[in-house]
Design a protein around this ligand. Sequence first.
Ligand SMILES: [Zn+2]
Ligand SMILES: [Zn+2]
Length: 274
Amino acid sequence: MMFLTRKIIFSAAHVCRNPDWSDDQNRYVYGHCAVGTGHGHDYICEATVKGSINSSTGIVVNLADVKQLLRTVVTPLDMTHLNDNGDLFQGQEPTTERLTRALWHRLVPMLTQCELARLNIYESRTRSIEYIGDDTMIYVTRRVEFNAAHRLHSQVLSDEENARIFGKCNNPNGHGHNYELEVTVCGPLDKRTGMVIDMGLLDELIQREVVDRYDHKNLNMDLEEFREVNPTSEEFARVIWNRLSPHFTQPTLYKIRLVETSNNSFEYYGEQEL
Ligand SMILES: [Zn+2]
Ligand SMILES: [Zn+2]
């Protein structure tokens, strides 16, 4: 099976507020999307289709056709205020979860030569939604940045072996990274909010369990979890997973992605079979 992705960008305004709730409750559930009368997002929409390669053409489907279908679905929303779109949202808060789900259901009947595998919408650099056609499994990814120092050095290896394996990262006085962390949770749409998880809750957990603990720290010297453990990004991703996962039952924690540098990133899904 082959997977192909086509991207399209559109801009729209929205505000997510439940008039029956206080300002504080709206801010907790919807974050900045609850503020004022509206704000804009440059939404990046990626449609991934799947299918078999046609032996005559060597392609699954002409991506130019997928692009045209995406345009048909997205163009009516471009430069509009989503709250005014009664057809898509019926007066409900136009969350990115609802937006992604609605565009999926518009696109699927149009795709006759291939099957839609997933639809991703990035509302900003720090929050995105993935929909795969299953209302019980909607993926929300939140991204944060922090920095920390470490030295890669295994206590069970000789100095020579450490120097050979870790190279410059074995420098005795350490070095620093601007880490990027993506936390992906998976669960059903909360009909009360139109979200998978309250933004305030997700942000609180990431802030408390990761950023407050590791930002501007020396992992080897300041954190007891790395007294005996070499703070590689593999181990670090697993430690972060183990700190976060007990707090997620509905939705569940699906994936941790730790970006160490622009060249190196690490994904961890727990010990589940994929
Ligand atoms: Zn917003
Ligand atoms: Zn390093």
